[in-house]
Design a protein around this ligand. Structure first.
Ligand code: BGC
Length: 768
């Protein structure tokens, strides 16, 4: 009897789940688990409207904080009266130890169980490691991981950040970020895996799978739920300023910006956060086509969509597409929002309820949203284990984790120029100068201990700045530090510079054998990172000029979240290394590399511009780079970038040869297999990222000049050669046409890697 009853419940649950996802012919992104669905249905059935509304709301921890403790009365109000489903953020706005974090979340969870009987889901911004824990293992930021062109680094980061977050009792992180850093003016460029959608997709999938483990229906003890963000095209504002509008064609969105989200969803990502800005006039939080159409129905995805910070309110206060909160809530929830991150107050609860009662939102949509919230909590096992024993997490901060973070940092720093000054000879007298020369804060960037990466000095004492790492490597008597200028340490004043004493640095340069000039940006995050000029600051350029005037060789180290323009001063440097934001171990990594004890292997995952009015991406159109046209017309569309995407030097040289494609001609269902021999023709060992590009020679829509289609790394001893194998499914060579469909067109394709190229013909046009 019981069995039959159970069977019926499961069958009904599966049916409801299918209806909830408006099942199309598309396979479910995550295979539904009938038992879990039955539990979701049962819990949903027992909920009244207030509870359902509350479960759709996420609030900031400071609403339940009283000094150094949690406020029991407020917790009673939030969970008992308002039935709030989720809490986010770090206590007091700054990293806590993992023990304290675990204590706080346990207390909050206990209150949720006591007053509501439903577990809360706690969410934290763990961005490049467990970056909201004082003792977490920090990896480089995503832009650096992209520069390694090795998905193992993304997987390592995902695994470590999940484990360490779980060890602090938190089940949910707002990572990975996948906005595509295609506009260097945008202040969040460093949070994503570079400008290319293929690299972004492969890295983000590796990270997501590592964060969540092998079964998205049952998140394990060492894993947490990922929240992929910010859906989508958040990184494409036409002003270059954060949270401002994007204007994009639908085919560009589908082909480039949607891809990483689609692949992560197909890989089992359990939740997603929405782009705070608007695309083509529609704020993404109110965009039903993107949220419900492309994402939930299009991918048959049963995961949960959370807003970004206060973004429902922004629909009426900032975007002016709604008259008040109630209307904004109706727009957002009807578009597909399941959880409202409304950090400041509970006002949205009453308005959401009113919107339902006034039939502005159908009950079926509320039920669907709540199902998604509950499903996530069940998938995390929170109903059975709202808290767990964190004392067993003995790998927290382990040597193994640190070694992985160090490796990622080392492989991520990119050598862009070297006239032979590097490696620096042991025994050289080294002057370190510049505002980034003695700062762990600048190595980490934003989302490090605090939102803006400020006020972290007390936690980073044990990590080495560039100066300290060079002292360790070359000896204290050989290395000195004269800043030349300093950054203002205050939050939000990151662009201000003080204590400018360029003459002192120039004088010190004259006494040195080599100058390591560390320029770039202080840490920032989100809108406070907006800038009006992509040029590196005037003071910093003046510092570079002054130390170069000493006649001593200058190694320019760029420590920055986005490529600040240095076109006019770059010729003054004998060597240039872009360390970007390599994290707590970035100084040590740089010392290894500058001394030649390790070899560079990173390559730029974005295009480094030379001029502010000439911002390009590597997948540009031929017409962006045509030089002169016939006749009198001087066509000045010329690509003149500082360094191209995929550029990076090393202490050795590589030669590519014997490039072969398995097929001279192909159809849409074929897979093209490539082989290329890579030889280390220099005198030191190295690791080389091999990048395979394709070009669609003639297409019915202006083709991108080239696209990265596969990558792999190869390690080679001096004199050694290896055959590298890469594959491209022919469908990868398609583009999205004006009709929103994928087109693989008949005709020739060129494939290129490391200066070698080969052609193959597509025999027929296929559209799907
Ligand atoms: C950011 C998100 C972040 C959220 C929660 C927002 O301001 O845009 O990336 O996850 O805050 O802290």
């Amino acid at each position: 009897m019981y069995r039959i009853h159970n069977y019926l419940v499961l069958g009904l649950a599966a049916l409801l789940a299918a209806v909830a996802c408006k099942s199309t012919s598309v396979k479910s992104a995550i295979a539904p688990d009938p038992e879990l669905e039955a539990k979701v249905e049962k819990t949903l059935k027992g909920m009244d409207l207030d509870t359902k509304i509350g479960q759709m709301v996420q609030l900031n921890i400071n609403l339940i904080t009283d000094g150094d403790a949690l406020d029991e009365d407020m917790m009673e109000a939030l969970f008992g009266r308002w039935k709030i489903g989720s809490i986010l953020n770090v206590f007091h706005g700054t990293a806590q130890t993992r023990e304290r974090t675990a204590e706080l979340i346990s207390e909050i969870q206990a209150a949720s169980m006591k007053y509501l009987g439903i577990p809360t889901i706690y969410g934290l911004d763990m961005i490049h490691g467990a970056t909201y824990l004082t003792d977490g293992t920090f990896f480089p930021q995503e832009v650096n991981i992209a520069a390694t062109f090795d998905t193992e680094n993304a997987a390592n980061m995902g695994r470590v950040m999940a484990y360490e977050t779980r060890a602090a009792m938190c089940p949910w992180i707002f990572s990975p970020v996948m906005d595509l850093g295609r506009d260097p003016r945008w202040p969040r460029q460093w949070e994503s895996y570079g400008e290319d959608s293929y690299v972004q997709a492969k890295m983000a999938v590796a990270e997501t799978e590592a964060i969540q483990g092998s079964d998205p229906n049952s998140i394990g003890n060492g894993n947490v739920a990922a929240c992929i963000k910010h859906y989508m095209a958040y990184g494409a504002p036409f002003t270059g300023k954060d949270r401002t509008p994007a204007i994009l064609t639908e085919h560009e969105m589908r082909e480039k910006y949607f891809r990483p989200f689609k692949e992560c969803v197909e890989a089992g990502a359990l939740s997603l956060m929405v782009n705070s800005a608007s695309i083509n006039g529609i704020p993404t939080h109110a965009n039903k086509t993107l949220l419900t159409g492309w994402l939930k129905e299009g991918l048959n995805w049963d995961g949960m969509v959370v807003t970004d910070w206060a973004d429902v309110n922004n629909l009426f206060t900032r975007e002016h597409i709604a008259a008040d909160r109630k209307e904004a809530l109706a727009l957002a929830v009807n578009a597909g929002i399941d959880m409202v991150m409304d950090p400041y107050d509970t006002l949205c609860c009453a308005d959401l309820k009113a919107a339902v009662q006034e039939k502005m939102i159908p009950m079926s949509r509320i039920d669907d949203a709540v199902r998604r919230v509950l499903r996530l909590k069940y998938r995390l096992g929170l109903f059975d284990n709202p808290v767990w024993d964190v004392s067993a997490y003995d790998k927290f901060g382990s040597d193994e984790f640190v070694a992985q973070a160090r490796k990622a940092a080392l492989e991520s720093e990119v050598l862009l120029k070297n006239d032979g000054v590097l490696p620096i000879r042991k025994g050289s007298r080294i002057l370190v100068t510049g505002p980034c020369g003695n700062s762990v804060r600048t190595l980490n960037g934003g989302w490090s201990y605090t939102w803006q990466g400020t006020e972290a000095a007390e936690y980073v004492d044990k990590y080495n700045t560039i100066y300290e790492a060079l002292v360790n490597k070359f000896g204290a008597s050989n290395v000195s530090y004269v800043p030349g200028l300093e950054f203002e340490p205050e939050r939000f004043s990151w662009q201000e510079e003080k204590n400018v004493d360029i003459a002192a640095a120039a004088a010190a340069a004259r006494r040195a054998d080599v100058v390591v000039c560390c320029l770039g940006e202080n840490s920032y995050c989100e809108t406070p990172g907006n800038i009006d000029d992509l040029n590196l600051s005037a003071n910093q350029k003046a510092l570079l000029k002054a130390v170069a005037a000493s006649g001593k060789p200058v190694v320019l180290v760029l420590n920055e979240g986005r490529p600040r323009i240095i076109g006019d001063v770059e010729p003054l440097a004998n060597a240039v290394v872009d360390v970007m934001l390599p994290g707590n171990y970035g100084g040590d990594a740089l010392a290894e590399l500058l001394s030649g004890d390790a070899n560079f292997s990173g390559k730029l995952p974005f295009t480094y511009p030379r001029h502010i009015n000439s911002l390009h991406t590597y997948d540009y159109k031929v017409s962006e780079n045509v030089g002169t046209m016939a006749g009198e017309y001087n066509y000045d569309a010329v690509m003149d970038v500082q360094w191209p995407f995929g550029f990076g030097l090393s202490y050795t040289t590589y030669e590519y040869s014997a490039f072969k494609c398995s097929k001279g001609s192909f159809g849409a269902d074929d897979v093209l297999d490539f082989q290329i021999t890579v030889s280390n023709t220099g005198t030191v060992a190295g690791k080389e990222p091999v990048l395979l590009y394709s070009s669609d020679i003639i297409a019915s829509m202006v083709p991108d000049v080239k696209r990265l289609r596969a990558f792999a790394t190869v390690e080679l001893a001096p004199g050694e050669s290896k055959v590298v194998e890469l594959s491209i499914p022919a469908k990868e060579l398609s583009f999205v046409g004006q009709d929103g469909k994928w087109h693989l067109e008949k005709g020739a394709f060129r494939f290129a890697a490391g200066g070698c190229s080969v052609e193959a013909d597509c025999l027929e046009t296929t559209i799907w």
